[in-house]
Every structure is written in C-alpha cells, then in structure tokens.
Design a protein around this ligand. Structure first.
Ligand SMILES: CC(C)(COP(=O)(O)OP(=O)(O)OC[C@H]1O[C@@H](n2cnc3c(N)ncnc32)[C@H](O)[C@@H]1OP(=O)(O)O)[C@@H](O)C(=O)NCCC(=O)NCCS
Length: 159
C-alpha cells in the first residue's frame, strides 16, 4: 500500500469530524463492546482527543480520503505508572481498509512521535480484541494488567 500517507491532522472542522466519526463507527463494526457507543459518543470522544493531543493526532489518507487515525498523547498522567507517560487514546482503521498494513504505518508514526518524549507508552485494549493485541505485541507492548473488560498494555524503552 504505497499510496497511503500518514499526516498530522492540522485542524478539526465539521467535515473532518464527520469523516472521522464514519471511520470510527465502521472500524469498530463487530467490536461494538469496545467502541460501539454510538455516533454521539464518537463525536464527543474525537473532540476530546483533539483537545487533549492536537500535536499527536495522525491520520492515514488515500488521496484526500481519511481511512484511519491514531491519537498519541505525550502528556498523560498514568495513575498505574505514577507518572506522565505517552498514551494512545484511539486507534482505528476503516473496515474496508483493515488488514492492508495501514494500522502498522499509523502505529509506527505514533511510536516515533511519542518516543521523543516518553519512555513509557500505555494503552487499553478490549480483552477479546485479539487482532489489535497481536499488533501491539509485535510493536513491543506487553500486557500488564486488567480492569473489567480492558487489558492495560505498556511499552517501555530507554530514551
Ligand atoms: C487494530 C487496527 C487499527 C489495525 O489496523 P490494520 O490496518 O487492520 O492493521 P494492519 O493491516 O497494519 O495489520 C497489522 C497486524 O495487526 C494484526 N491484526 C490486525 N487486525 C487483525 C485482525 N482482525 N485479525 C488478526 N490480526 C489482526 C495482524 O497481526 C497484522 O499483522 P500481519 O500483517 O503481520 O499479519 C484495525 O484492525 C482496527 O481499526 N480495528 C478496530 C478498532 C480497534 O480495535 N482499535 C484498537 C483499539 S485498542
């Protein structure tokens, strides 16, 4: 997939927000337990992500079309780690574009970005979301805990 570009999102207007909501809703089809709270939730959550981590909000584009995104926060206080860590708040690829290497490209960009600031990166993944877990493990994340239906994964590196 050479024609996929990973870019930092420069602004979040209504059109872009609608596109991101569509990607989110379609991306989580079949995994509703972990991301299927509905469009209103998706809208609020994406806006929250943008406010919290505007410099780490990356989108995957094919031409002008957004087909996936990842939100990388370099300033997240983890009460589990007891310090500021990097956090991945959201990571999703549109259903029809999954399994083509786009997730790997987004995650690579995210780790490159967070790696400049954080020695520890944290994320939460649904306990039965085995595809995503396998991908995170390939990128050096380890399962370190659980809370309800969520598994906490962490990647550590020396800066
Ligand atoms: C997780 C997600 C972002 C990965 O994006 P993607 O573009 O499909 O991922 P890639 O094509 O780059 O796949 C990379 C690896 O992920 C793993 N993987 C991803 N989805 C998988 C699935 N459904 N089943 C099995 N393996 C999967 C594979 O190990 C694959 O490695 P391989 O190509 O060496 O076999 C995407 O599948 C998605 O949006 N899922 C729904 C939302 C979600 O679960 N987000 C994570 C929340 S924590």
């Amino acid at each position: 997939m050479d024609d996929v570009k990973i870019e930092r999102l420069k602004r979040l207007n209504e059109d872009v927000l609608e596109d991101l909501i569509e990607v989110y809703m379609r991306g989580y089809e079949g995994l509703e337990e972990y991301g299927g709270e509905g469009r209103d939730y998706a809208r609020d959550y994406i806006k929250w992500c943008w406010k919290k981590a505007p410099d780490g909000f990356f989108v995957a584009k094919v031409g002008d079309r957004i087909v996936g995104f990842i939100v990388c926060d370099r300033d997240w206080y983890s009460r589990y780690e007891g310090k500021i860590v990097g956090a991945i708040h959201e990571f999703v690829v549109d259903k029809g574009w999954q399994g083509k290497g786009i997730g790997k490209k987004l995650l690579t960009k995210c780790l490159e970005f967070l790696g400049k600031y954080n020695d520890t990166i944290e994320l939460w993944v649904g306990e039965k979301n085995f595809g995503a877990m396998r991908l995170y493990e390939k990128f050096g994340f380890k399962k370190v805990g659980k809370s309800g239906i969520w598994i906490r994964m962490v990647r550590r590196q020396s800066l």
